[in-house]
Ligand binder design. Structure first.
Ligand SMILES: NC(=O)c1ccc[n+]([C@@H]2O[C@H](COP(=O)([O-])OP(=O)(O)OC[C@H]3O[C@@H](n4cnc5c(N)ncnc54)[C@H](OP(=O)(O)O)[C@@H]3O)[C@@H](O)[C@H]2O)c1
Length: 307
């Protein structure tokens, strides 16, 4: 239960919540700890809940009671304001709007079920809808060992791109998925990238964004996904106009419905192991440790809580 922005939620005992009409009660098995959740917990997001509240914008489990979903159905929850405007999935039981409940295939690992949609949907939107990657293009992906970054490397390579996976620390070089070429951000140059870039998909922002902008060819594209390395970046407007590189936002909230079917296809491939999304699992009572790994960038891929 989150009682004050800027602190961590406390584990508390509470009765199973009441289910109003139009809502589904879920027994949560796993919940994602994501950057969006931390922004909300910190009180640093555009949409904030009244406190106290249960955070958790994405979770997975089984239906306990619902007017529209059968009991025992494996589902994930996302949207409908869950974990953002009202109680979400960091709890053994969650009550969410029926529209925020999406069935997942029987036997899907709950940690994968609660973690795949945001990286899969974002990777797909960034590569296909926003950066519009074409076969043969040279594309750099920053934060390439992160959740969105790792999937973006794989989705861009499948689109026929030659992919350079950029990471911030040496320990992550080995975690850039094949067939991406792993390069350290501090060593990223036109030479180490293999030439000028046609496009960049940036999951890190901050100073890294300034660096990569300078390596993209004229009329190239930079699709910005996230800002883990900093919310601000500086650009010299004269240089920006001269470079003629488009800086494009990727927003899964506005594109979620558009990419939902593609993300579901990617879930099947993640479940079968054809695509890889690393997930760290932590017991629910070790939230502080899970948050610390995500905040410091030490986590490899997604972070999930087991309930
Ligand atoms: N626009 C959208 O719709 C959308 C959708 C999903 C996610 N996102 C955002 O995309 C970003 C990446 O998400 P993700 O799930 O891939 O996160 P992630 O797995 O934690 O990866 C983020 C990467 O950022 C790098 N990083 C640099 N400085 C960091 C710091 N101080 N703390 C933490 N990480 C740092 C790390 O890579 P290195 O160690 O290699 O530097 C890390 O692997 C987040 O900002 C998230 O909010 C946006």
């Amino acid at each position: 239960m989150l009682e004050e922005f800027g602190t961590l939620p406390r584990l508390v005992e509470r009765p199973v919540p009441e289910r109003p009409p139009g809502h589904t009660l879920i027994r949560v098995h796993a919940a994602q700890v994501g950057h969006l959740d931390l922004n909300i917990v910190d009180g640093r997001f555009g949409v904030l809940p009244d406190l106290p509240m249960v955070p958790g914008t994405e979770a997975a489990g089984v239906v306990v009671a619902s007017d529209v979903h059968p009991e025992g159905l494996p589902v994930r929850l996302r949207g409908g304001g869950a974990g953002m405007r009202r109680d979400g999935g960091w709890a053994e039981h969650a009550v969410v709007r029926d529209s925020a409940v999406v069935p997942v295939p029987e036997g899907t690992d709950p940690a994968l079920a609660c973690c795949f949609f945001s990286p899969a949907g974002t990777a797909w939107a960034a590569v296909h809808a926003v950066a519009a990657i074409r076969p043969g293009e040279r594309v750099a992906v920053t934060g390439a060992a992160g959740a969105v970054g790792a999937l973006t490397v794989q989705v861009a390579a499948r689109a026929g791109a030659e992919v350079v996976g950029v990471v911030g620390r040496p320990a992550k070089l080995a975690h850039v998925p094949a067939p991406g070429k792993a390069v350290l951000a501090s060593e990223l140059t036109e030479e180490t990238a293999g030439g000028r870039l046609d496009a960049v998909i940036d999951t890190v922002g901050g100073a890294v964004l300034s660096t990569v902008l300078g390596l993209v060819r004229g009329r190239g594209r930079v699709a910005l996904v996230g800002y883990t390395a900093g919310r601000d970046f500086q650009v010299d407007l004269a240089d920006f106009l001269l470079a003629d590189v488009s800086l494009l936002p990727v927003n899964l909230m506005t594109r979620g419905a558009e990419v939902a079917a593609d993300a579901d296809r990617l879930l099947a491939e993640l479940a079968s192991g054809e695509l890889v999304l690393p997930i760290e699992r932590h017991p629910a009572d070790r939230l502080a440790e899970a948050v610390e790994r995500l905040r410091t960038g030490a986590a490899i891929g997604k972070v999930a809580l087991d309930f």
